[in-house]
Design a binder for this molecule. Structure first.
Ligand SMILES: *[C@@H]1O[C@H](CO)[C@@H](O)[C@H](O)[C@H]1NC(C)=O
Ligand SMILES: *[C@@H]1O[C@H](CO)[C@@H](O)[C@H](O)[C@H]1NC(C)=O
Ligand SMILES: *[C@@H]1O[C@H](CO)[C@@H](O)[C@H](O)[C@H]1NC(C)=O
Length: 312
């Protein structure tokens, strides 16, 4: 029943998608927001008969999100990394969906298209696989992990994407939170910008913070371009940028924790390594409840859109 409705919707979506073009940042944001244990993949290849559809598991979805992110942000730029795939009769792309109103269309990102095709190989005939393969184009082989070896971490600022960051210190901002670990602190990591200056709230916009209080630090961060988002734990990523939480060690120091694409939070205390656990070694699902002592006072959530921030 569910599958039938999905197929029908998929077909309508396919008609809509004829005007759609390459997989872009908006599609990535939508993809990252997809959360379910058994997403459906539909291959848009037939024009008359229902398109083939199958289910993948959550691990496959996580991998697809990761590869999509890496492929799109290979060079920290807005340009697509992947070779454009041609729209041809018969093959139009894939949709990945969790429910009939949450669909992401994937076309023009060959790394992800290959992955999706692979996930359905048991359900597809040789001729369909061959046909699609022929039109997806070559996989670009050197995706991020290799690339980050060549990263020049001195070319700052290295600004993360305006989509939700993926938790992966090795590739995040070209791996520079690792290579320049002691020059980047919680504010750099929380905003997803490598500055190599141990940045301070307010400094980039002209007036550094003066008191270690939630209000003073919060205002300094807002001057830098962060958007105050109140104290209620966010459940889904913002439409642009990512969430960051501010905490205070009263009268002494500040700390930032950021929300990643997997829904968990991560942080980088001062010059120490990036981590995705609190003091008790637990994954962070609610920064106001985790143990970050001595940063014991939870202040608020903010939205960080890296391209719009002035962080120094
Ligand atoms: C990434 O940037 C480098 C240097 O600017 C350029 O030579 C290379 O072709 C770019 N790679 C991609 C995949 O855009
Ligand atoms: C900024 O300061 C004002 C006045 O002290 C305060 O009302 C406001 O909550 C502060 N903003 C943030 C984001 O902390
Ligand atoms: C926080 O951000 C979310 C997503 O953008 C928005 O819906 C919500 O209204 C914001 N809350 C506050 C208090 O600004």
């Amino acid at each position: 029943m569910m599958l039938e409705r999905l197929l029908l919707f998929g077909f309508l979506f396919y008609l809509l998608s004829i005007t759609n073009c390459q997989f872009n940042k908006d599609d990535l944001t939508k993809l990252q927001a997809l959360e379910c244990n058994e997403p459906f993949v539909t291959l848009h290849v037939f024009s008359g008969a229902p398109n083939p559809a199958w289910q993948i598991n959550i691990k496959q979805l996580v991998k697809i999100k990761k590869i999509a992110h890496q492929s799109l942000y290979q060079n920290n730029s807005d340009t697509l990394y992947s070779k454009s795939t041609t729209r041809i009769m018969g093959y139009h792309g894939f949709t990945v969906s969790c429910s009939s109103n949450k669909l992401v269309f994937v076309h023009g990102l060959s790394t992800v298209e290959h992955l999706l095709l692979l996930s359905g190989r048991r359900y597809l005939s040789e001729s369909v696989i061959g046909h699609v393969k022929e039109h997806i184009g070559e996989i670009m082989t050197d995706i991020t992990p290799m690339k980050s070896n060549h990263a020049d971490c001195n070319q700052v600022p290295i600004v993360g994407p305006d989509t939700v960051p993926v938790y992966d210190p090795k590739s995040d901002d070209q791996g520079c939170f690792i290579k320049k670990q002691s020059d980047n602190n919680c504010y750099a990591y929380g905003t997803d910008i490598v500055t190599n200056t141990f940045p301070q709230p307010g400094r980039g916009s002209g007036r550094k913070w003066s008191l270690n209080t939630c209000l003073d630090m919060g205002n300094a961060s807002v001057r830098d371009g962060l958007i105050y988002n109140g104290t209620k734990l966010p459940q889904v990523p913002p439409s642009v940028g990512h969430f960051a939480a501010l905490l205070i060690w009263p009268d002494t120091n500040f700390h930032w924790i950021r929300m990643d694409a997997n829904g968990y939070w991560s942080h980088k205390p001062g010059g120490t390594p990036v981590r995705n656990e609190d003091n008790r070694g637990l994954p962070i699902t609610d920064p106001s409840k985790s143990d970050f002592s001595p940063w014991t006072q939870f202040c608020a959530y903010f939205i960080a859109q890296p391209s719009k921030l002035r962080i120094q």
